[in-house]
Design a protein around this ligand. Structure first.
Ligand SMILES: NC(=O)C1=CN([C@@H]2O[C@H](COP(=O)(O)OP(=O)(O)OC[C@H]3O[C@@H](n4cnc5c(N)ncnc54)[C@H](OP(=O)(O)O)[C@@H]3O)[C@@H](O)[C@H]2O)C=CC1
Ligand SMILES: O=C1O[C@H](COP(=O)(O)O)[C@@H](O)[C@H](O)[C@H]1O
Length: 516
C-alpha cells in the first residue's frame, strides 16, 4: 500500500466543524491546536471549514488571531503567522450568537451553506459543544429549529463532560439530546480514551502471549490505577467545588481506564463490540451495599495548606471561587471489585487527587508471587512481578522481574525493563483531543462513551456520593503536596499490599513510611 493511499484512509471526509464555546478555555487550549495538528498531518484536507460560535463579538480577523495565538501557545506543531498558516486560517469563521437565539441559528445556517459551497463540502456537520452542560439541550433543540440539521450529509454531536451531576440529571440531559440526535450520532468525550497509552492497553493485553494468559484472578494480585495531579483547582473553582474529584475524575476517566484493563477481548474490533465489553465490566462492579461499605472501601480527602518543592501551597478552601467551608473532596480513592469470572477476588485500587506530589497517570498490575515451596522462594524474598503502563506525562511500559544479580552466586534482585515511548526521538504522540476529533469526523465511536456506559458509571458513583452526603464527618484532610490521606495506604495494607511508587515518586517518601 502506498503512503498516499494510507493518508487517504486517514483523511476525514469534508465537513464543517462547529465549535460552540469558541472563546472559551477548552477551544483555546485543546480544540484549535488539535485541528491544526490534523491539518499539518494531512488528516484534514482542504475541504473543511470551522465556525467558532460564542456570544462575544469578534471580527473574522480577530477570531483568526485568537486561533493563531492558541496554536502558537498550545500546539505540538509550531507555526508563524505566515502564508501557510493564513491559508489554514482562511477556513475559520466566527459567528457571534447566543445559544438561546433561534434566529441566530438560521443566520448560522446561511453562513454554513456559503462555506460548504466555497470548500465543496457535502453537508457533513460536526457540532462540538465546548459549553457548560446546561446549554446542551438548548443547542440541540435550536440546531433543529434553526434548520441546521437539514443538510445532505451526516450530522454528529460531540459533547464534553461532565455528562450530568448524577444518574437522574444525566438521564434528563440524555433525554433532551436524544429528542434531536440518535445515539449513534452522539459522541461523548472522555479525553482519557484518546490518550495513546490508554488505547495501547488493548494491544498490550490482547497481542502479547505472555500477558493475555495471565490476565485473571489466578495470576493477578491487584491492580492500582493512579491519576494524580499537582495542580489545584486553578480558575475552575466554581465548577470544581460543585463537582469534586468523584464526579470530575471518578465517574468518567477512572472507570473508563478500569474498563480497558478489565474487559474481555471483543469478538471483533468494532466500536459496538468493544463498548459492549466495557459496559459489561461496569455492570460487574460490586456496588457498595450501604454507607458502612462505602466507609470501608472509599477514602475522600481535601487538601489543606502545604508545600511542594519548596513552594507554599494554599488550602483548597482558600482557593478562588471555593466555598470557605466547602466539604468537596479533592482526593478520591476506592477499593473496587469486578465481580465476574475473570476478576473475582482481585482488588482494583483507584485513586485521584489534586495537589499530590507528582503529575502522573499510571496503571500497575501486580502479579501473584511464585509458590514459596520451591527452593528459590524459600531462600530469597522474591519481589512480585509488575507490569506498569505509564500513560502520562511519560508514555511507556515498565516490567519488573526477578533475575540473578550478575556475578553473584545466584543472588536474586528485581530487574526493570523500562520502555519509555515518549523519550524516543521522532515519536510525537497525537494529543488526545486530536485523536478524538479525528475519530468523530470519521465516524469511529470506539473511544467515546455510549449512554449505557455513562448511566452505569453514574449508578456506581451515586451510591458513594449519597453515603458521603449523609456522613457528617466530611473529607479527611491532607497537606497539599502530600500523597493524600494515609487511610488510603492503610486500605491497601489491610489486604497485605502497598502502593507501588509511581513514576517521579521518591522511593523513600511518605507512602513507604506508612507501609513499613
Ligand atoms: N477547559 C478544560 O480543560 C475542560 C473543559 N471541559 C468542559 O468543556 C466545556 C467548556 O469548558 P471551558 O472551555 O473550560 O469553559 P469556558 O467557561 O472557558 O468557556 C465557555 C464558552 O461558552 C460560551 N458561552 C457561554 N454561554 C453561552 C451562550 N449562552 N451562548 C453562546 N456561547 C456561550 C462562552 O463564550 P461567551 O462568553 O463569549 O459567550 C465560552 O466560549 C465545559 O463543559 C467543561 O466542563 C472538560 C474537560 C476539560
Ligand atoms: O477532565 C479533567 O481532566 C483533567 C486532567 O486531565 P489530564 O489529561 O491533564 O490528565 C483534570 O485536571 C480536570 O480537573 C478534569 O476535569
Amino acid at each position: 500500500m502506498t503512503e498516499n493511499h494510507d493518508l487517504e484512509l486517514l483523511q476525514t471526509p469534508g465537513a464543517v466543524f462547529f465549535i460552540f464555546g469558541a472563546t472559551g478555555d477548552l477551544a483555546k487550549r485543546k480544540l484549535f491546536p488539535a485541528i491544526y495538528s490534523l491539518y499539518r498531518e494531512g488528516k484534514l484536507a482542504e475541504d473543511f471549514a470551522v465556525i467558532g460560535v460564542a456570544r462575544r463579538p469578534r471580527t473574522q480577523e480577530e477570531f483568526r488571531e485568537d486561533v493563531f495565538h492558541s496554536i502558537q501557545e498550545f500546539c505540538r506543531y509550531k507555526t508563524e503567522n505566515d502564508d501557510r498558516f493564513r491559508a489554514f486560517a482562511e477556513h475559520f469563521e466566527y459567528k457571534s450568537l447566543d445559544i438561546n437565539n433561534v434566529d441566530g441559528f438560521r443566520e448560522l445556517n446561511d453562513q454554513t451553506v456559503a462555506l460548504e459551497e466555497r470548500y465543496h463540502i457535502p453537508g457533513n456537520r460536526l457540532f462540538y459543544l465546548a459549553l457548560a452542560p446546561e446549554l446542551f439541550g438548548s443547542v440541540s433543540s435550536n440546531l433543529q429549529k434553526g434548520g441546521m440539521l437539514n443538510s445532505a450529509g451526516w450530522k454528529r454531536l460531540v459533547i464534553e463532560k461532565p455528562f450530568g451531576y448524577d444518574l437522574k440529571s444525566a438521564e434528563e440531559l440524555n433525554e433532551q439530546i436524544r429528542q434531536v440526535f440518535k445515539e449513534e450520532e452522539i459522541y461523548r468525550i472522555d479525553h482519557y480514551l484518546g490518550k495513546e497509552m490508554v488505547q495501547n492497553i488493548e494491544v498490550i493485553r490482547f497481542a502479547n502471549a505472555f500477558f493475555e494468559p495471565l490476565w485473571n484472578n489466578k495470576h493477578i494480585a491487584n491492580v492500582q490505577i493512579t491519576l494524580s495531579e499537582t495542580v489545584g483547582v486553578e480558575e475552575r473553582g466554581g465548577y470544581y467545588d460543585h463537582a469534586g474529584a468523584l464526579r470530575d475524575m471518578g465517574q468518567n476517566h477512572m472507570l473508563q481506564m478500569l474498563t480497558m484493563i478489565a474487559m474481555e477481548p471483543p469478538s471483533r474490533l468494532l466500536p459496538e463490540d468493544i463498548r459492549d465489553e466495557k459496559v459489561k465490566v461496569l455492570r460487574s462492579l460490586r456496588p457498595y451495599a450501604n454507607a458502612e461499605e462505602v466507609k470501608k472501601n472509599v477514602v475522600r480527602g481535601q487538601y489543606v495548606q502545604g508545600s511542594s518543592r519548596g513552594k507554599d501551597l494554599p488550602a483548597y478552601r482558600d482557593e478562588e471561587k471555593v466555598d470557605p467551608e466547602s466539604n468537596t473532596e479533592t482526593y478520591y480513592m476506592a477499593r473496587v471489585f469486578v465481580d465476574n469470572f475473570r476478576w473475582a477476588g482481585v482488588p482494583f485500587y483507584i485513586r485521584t487527587g489534586k495537589r499530590l506530589p507528582v503529575k502522573t497517570t499510571e496503571v500497575v498490575v501486580e502479579f501473584k508471587g511464585m509458590p514459596n515451596n520451591v527452593y528459590l522462594g524459600k531462600k530469597y524474598k522474591l519481589e512480585p512481578n509488575l507490569l506498569v503502563i505509564r500513560v502520562n506525562p511519560m508514555e511507556g511500559i515498565y516490567v519488573k522481574i526477578n533475575a540473578k544479580r550478575p556475578g553473584s552466586e545466584s543472588e536474586i534482585e528485581p530487574l526493570a525493563m523500562d520502555f519509555c515511548q515518549s523519550c524516543m526521538v521522532g515519536i510525537n504522540s497525537p494529543e488526545a483531543y486530536e485523536r478524538l476529533l479525528h475519530d468523530a469526523a470519521r465516524g469511529d465511536s470506539t473511544y467515546f462513551t455510549r449512554w449505557d456506559e455513562v448511566a452505569t458509571a453514574w449508578s456506581f458513583v451515586d451510591r458513594i456520593a449519597e453515603a458521603w452526603k449523609q456522613d457528617p464527618e466530611g473529607p479527611l484532610q491532607y497537606p497539599a503536596g502530600s500523597w493524600g490521606p494515609k487511610e488510603a495506604d492503610q486500605l491497601l495494607a489491610e489486604d497485605g499490599f502497598h502502593w507501588w511508587p509511581v513514576n517521579g515518586q521518591e522511593e523513600d517518601d511518605v507512602v513507604w513510611e506508612v507501609n513499613k
